[in-house]
Design a binder for this molecule. Structure first.
Ligand code: HEC
Ligand code: HEC
Ligand code: HEC
Ligand code: HEC
Ligand code: HEC
Ligand code: HEC
Ligand code: HEC
Length: 351
């Protein structure tokens, strides 16, 4: 998380996009790039005009190794109507930088550091550095479940500040929030209307787009039982994908398994109805399907942990995990299979 924004002038090798051949989308030169943004799924390019930064209108799709247009259309993010149509007139200060830097000052546009620094999650650290003590630093691990998740949700969500506009500008990040406080005082999560497909939500309420782990997770039973983002992720770094603290099913089996009151009952095979070593026995495949779009055909995992049934796909168009793997089958087929799985209620999964 520390490296999303990189200095293209100091380290030209951080630019992943291919500038070797002309491309009509690419209206700028490699030398014009001041910062790069992103490296895992997509990379966007920044230039500086006055005190503000602006994003060039082409982005590099890292997974598919191709250029794509970068332009936020009307009907997409809520803030579009408050800004000019010209991409190069939409400053990153109000629209991006609060989440991609530490201590962004809305009065001056200055930051104490780019990227997600310690203070973004631990609060002001000056006193702690001078005299280290647990009493003068926020430890998200000791906050109640709402405040602990809020530390992550300040960036991992789609929403808008309650106090917009601020100094005449519309911000897309929670200006004024500090770790340890309640984020809901500053920030409103994007609303969802049941049955309506929007830029942010599937009609049944799951996230439709990336950077919505917070919107999803607050609807989960685990959230209300006090499971924190940090029970599954160690943001200081781990050897595993998405900085999970354990790989694969081992992450979930810390708290779930045959003898756990949290369920599920029975052996792995009894629960999943697939052989233990099958992809169909991986918890995340059924409880965190990849249905939130990040760019083109690249999707990230849902964080509601709900099992999406074939009936929900029929009614609302949201993909269900069975058909994401069994692409040659129908929803009807999946519903019929699920009805045969006697440990689940047919009313809930097989209707
Ligand atoms: C993206 C958020 C985030 C960032 C950035 C971050 N931390 Fe943390 N840190 C956490 C969370 C969450 C915990 C609590 C983990 C737990 O125990 O549940 C934590 C715990 C810690 C602890 C352990 C406290 C204890 O009780 O033992 C230390 C030390 C720490 N962080 C230091 C740092 C330092 C130094 C940096 C900057 C280099 C940093 N952190 C950056 C989120 C963050
Ligand atoms: C200041 C904003 C900010 C905060 C606060 C924050 N994140 Fe992030 N997080 C980011 C950004 C930006 C990225 C993308 C980094 C990249 O692609 O290099 C990211 C990436 C991640 C990833 C994905 C890493 C990967 O390899 O795919 C995880 C997991 C994650 N964050 C979890 C958390 C958790 C848990 C917390 C709270 C303890 C948290 N984040 C707090 C901004 C933030
Ligand atoms: C509310 C906080 C927030 C705002 C505002 C925000 N981002 Fe992000 N951004 C994140 C987080 C968190 C991630 C990582 C998780 C994800 O991609 O779902 C991320 C990921 C990214 C990535 C992908 C990184 C990768 O490695 O693929 C890019 C590029 C990016 N942001 C650019 C921008 C730009 C440009 C803007 C402004 C138009 C912006 N962001 C506004 C929080 C934010
Ligand atoms: C730190 C412990 C912990 C971890 C780790 C954990 N869970 Fe949970 N999980 C819980 C608790 C507690 C509940 C609530 C049980 C209850 O109250 O019935 C729960 C509930 C659930 C539920 C039922 C939710 C519902 O809406 O009915 C699902 C599904 C679930 N967890 C899936 C997972 C998956 C998948 C993973 C791994 C990615 C995981 N859990 C990791 C503790 C954990
Ligand atoms: C093949 C798909 C599939 C896989 C893989 C899967 N589950 Fe489930 N899980 C379900 C279904 C279906 C339900 C029932 C949903 C309902 O009743 O709404 C369920 C329910 C649950 C529940 C809540 C109800 C209960 O039985 O206690 C928990 C907790 C749970 N799963 C955890 C896990 C964990 C942990 C893993 C990995 C070890 C896992 N699941 C793997 C399909 C799956
Ligand atoms: C119960 C465990 C659990 C909890 C709680 C949880 N996550 Fe995750 N998260 C995962 C798993 C598992 C993955 C996918 C890992 C993989 O695909 O290898 C993941 C992936 C991610 C990613 C990377 C995007 C992707 O889909 O690959 C981000 C970002 C993230 N989580 C952020 C968060 C934030 C923020 C919270 C709290 C609001 C949170 N997570 C809570 C288990 C959890
Ligand atoms: C991550 C991928 C994945 C998911 C998700 C998944 N399966 Fe499977 N499934 C498989 C694979 C692979 C096999 C072949 C058996 C093996 O793994 O050796 C299989 C086999 C089966 C079979 C037996 C063979 C057949 O085709 O008749 C049934 C029935 C089945 N799955 C039903 C389901 C249902 C219902 C769901 C949703 C609850 C589901 N699967 C979710 C991957 C998956």
């Amino acid at each position: 998380m520390a490296n999303i924004l990189q200095d293209a002038r100091a380290k030209p090798e951080v630019v992943l996009g291919d500038f070797s051949e002309p491309n009509p989308l690419v209206t700028f030169r490699k030398e014009d790039i001041v910062f790069t943004y992103g490296s895992k799924w997509k990379q966007r390019y920044f230039t500086k005009i006055g005190r503000d930064y602006f994003v060039f209108p082409a982005q590099w799709d890292v997974r598919n190794r191709t250029w794509r247009r970068y332009y936020v259309r009307e009907g997409a993010d809520w803030w579009v109507v408050h800004y000019p149509a010209d991409q190069m007139k939409r400053p990153t200060g109000p629209l991006c930088d609060g989440c991609h830097s530490t201590n962004y000052d809305v009065a001056t546009g200055s930051v104490t550091e780019w990227n997600v620094g310690c203070e973004k999650c631990h609060g002001p650290g000056g006193a702690h550095v001078a005299q280290p003590s647990p009493a003068n630093i926020v430890n998200p691990g000791r906050l109640d479940y709402v405040r602990a998740a809020d530390v992550c949700i300040q960036c991992h969500s789609q929403g808008r500040p309650r106090s917009n506009p601020i100094r005449g500008r519309y911000y897309d990040w929670p200006v004024g929030y500090q770790p340890g406080r309640r984020l809901s005082t500053y920030w409103e999560l994007e609303k969802h209307r049941l049955g309506q497909e929007t830029f942010t939500h599937w009609p049944e309420g799951s996230a439709h787009k990336n950077r919505m782990q917070g919107n999803d997770y607050v609807t989960s039973v685990m959230y209300t039982r006090g499971v924190k983002c940090s029970h599954c992720h160690d943001v200081h770094g781990t050897p595993y994908n998405a900085e999970t603290i354990r790989p694969g099913n081992a992450l979930c089996l810390q708290c779930h398994g045959p003898r756990s009151p949290n369920g599920p009952r029975g052996s792995l095979e009894e629960h999943t109805h697939h052989p233990a070593d099958s992809p169909g026995s991986r918890c995340v495949e059924c409880h965190m399907p990849k249905i939130a779009r990040t760019i083109a055909d690249v999707y990230v995992r849902s964080h509601t942990f709900r099992f999406i049934t074939p009936a929900m796909t029929e009614a609302y168009g949201v993909p269900n995990p069975c058909l994401l793997c069994h692409t040659d089958k129908t929803n009807r087929w999946a519903a019929v299979q699920l009805r045969k799985w006697k440990n689940f209620s047919p009313w809930r999964v097989g209707n």
